[in-house]
Design a protein around this ligand. Structure first.
Ligand code: 8YV
Length: 315
């Protein structure tokens, strides 16, 4: 297995780096001062790429790696992997589904409650001494019982729906096609879903089809009492339109874990108490990141031994 050269694109938890180091020949792309030189020097040895949601395997990178056999991304999202190129070149792809579902769904519910009940803003109120100075915090909005519209009813969307049911929240959803095995109300049009829910949750993958799925029309359908939650990818939302809609109070609030140009977050949002901003931490718990690392390592191990992959992506 030591002959498998693995290119790591971005720093990840030490555990993953150690486990990869133990088994394979690890090349740290992010450490290289001159990336071009680094690649031309090591490309003959590199057979695997480990990326994540920040840096993955672009067409340009894949072209620079003639012996690449597998891309194993430390994420469930595949938007940073050029899947078309992988298909063309016969390069295998794996990701980290399932192990992060609970964390991301927990965070989605947390964002909904935080946004409606102003948990972060109330906390700031106490820390700034305003409770003592100005008295009680203003009234907020009830969460239990709100109608939740989920865009994308995959593993994470379903886990959010299951949690929402415990709060007596009616769930409806939009996806490419209606699911035969769920009881939730289906909308074939995302605008209709937005118009008929209190909280719109983006839980779908980022693809050409879903880019800016939450556009101005959808945001206006969601309306001044509606709240947008995004735990998917930043570019699912037309961010300038969302900022405008929030500032003009055409949308009631937003809970965002992801942004169009991370780590850049529109500063106009910093002052809004009805907006919760998180630094892309959906899967960021010790337990889950270790589980994700194990999936990456097991996939590469299986590949090196010629065994079936653990979580192959169908290309
Ligand atoms: C991580 C993610 O933030 O799984 C995804 O698609 O966005 C996250 O789990 C990321 O890959 C960590 O680097």
């Amino acid at each position: 297995m030591e002959s498998l050269g693995v290119l790591m694109m971005h720093p990840m938890i030490p555990y993953l780096q150690e486990e990869l180091d133990k088994r394979f020949r690890l090349f740290r792309y992010y450490d290289a001062a001159n990336k071009k030189e680094f690649l031309s020097l090591h490309s003959p040895s590199i057979k695997a790429v480990v990326g994540n949601s920040i840096v993955g395997a672009s067409a340009e990178l894949i072209d620079a790696l003639p012996n690449l056999e597998i891309v194993s991304t430390n994420s469930v999202g595949l938007d940073k992997v050029d899947l078309r190129k992988c298909r063309e070149r016969g390069i295998k792809v794996t990701n980290t589904p399932d192990v992060l579902t609970d964390d991301v769904a927990d965070l989605a519910i947390g964002l909904m409650i935080c946004t409606l009940r102003h948990i972060c803003a109330s906390d700031r109120y106490v820390r700034k001494g305003l409770w003592r100075g100005l008295g009680e915090y203003k009234l907020t909005t009830k969460f239990s019982g709100k109608t939740i519209g989920i865009v994308g009813l995959g593993r994470i969307g379903l886990a959010i729906a299951k949690r929402a049911e415990a709060f007596d929240c009616p769930v409806s959803y939009f996806s490419r096609s209606q699911k035969s095995d769920v009881k939730y109300k289906y909308y074939s049009d995302v605008v209709d879903l937005a118009a008929n829910c209190d909280i719109l949750v983006l839980a779908c993958p980022l693809t050409e089809e879903t880019y800016h799925i939450a556009n101005q029309v959808v945001l206006d359908a969601l309306g001044p009492k509606g709240v947008l939650i995004n735990i998917g990818r930043g570019p699912l939302v037309d961010e300038p339109e969302l900022v405008k809609a929030l500032l003009e109070k055409r949308v009631g609030g937003a809970g965002l874990d992801v942004f169009e140009d991370e780590p850049v977050v529109p500063e106009e949002l910093f002052e809004l108490d009805n907006v919760v901003l998180l630094p892309h931490v959906g899967s960021a718990t010790v337990e889950t990141r270790i589980d994700m690392a194990d999936v990456v390592v097991k996939n590469l191990e299986a590949h090196a031994l010629g065994k079936p992959l653990i979580t192959p992506v169908c290309l």
